[in-house]
Design a protein. Structure first.
Length: 114
């Protein structure tokens, strides 16, 4: 079993920045991919960014140029640097770890508001 823990959410003004972190722990064999989805009321869960074990990155069009994902394979952690935040970025951000199965964290709230 793999445990996933997120941190770093909060309230920020439009144009501000936040850094989310996610750490995987437990009986880890090999992590293929880690990343972030987000979920807001009335909307479908959407992929924000993900990174493979080979450091290949994927971003949603809505966050390209503003968000950067980075992964520390040795520590089984992934970070999401979010800059130039907009109110529409407000959501619960959920970290996932794709190992032999997909594991999810409980989510961290990001609120962008003045």
């Amino acid at each position: 079993q793999v445990q996933v823990a997120e941190s770093g959410g909060g309230l920020v003004q439009p144009g501000g920045s936040l850094r989310l972190s996610c750490a995987a722990s437990g009986n880890i064999v090999s992590i293929f991919e880690m990343g972030w989805y987000r979920q807001s009321p009335g909307k479908q869960r959407e992929l924000v960014a993900k990174v493979t074990s080979g450091q290949s990155e994927t971003y949603a069009d809505s966050v390209k140029g503003r968000f950067t994902i980075s992964r520390d394979g040795a520590k089984n952690t992934v970070h999401l640097q979010m800059n130039s935040l907009k109110p529409e970025d407000t959501a619960v951000y959920l970290c996932f770890v794709y190992e032999l199965a997909v594991y999810w964290g409980q989510g961290t709230q990001v609120t962008v508001s003045s």
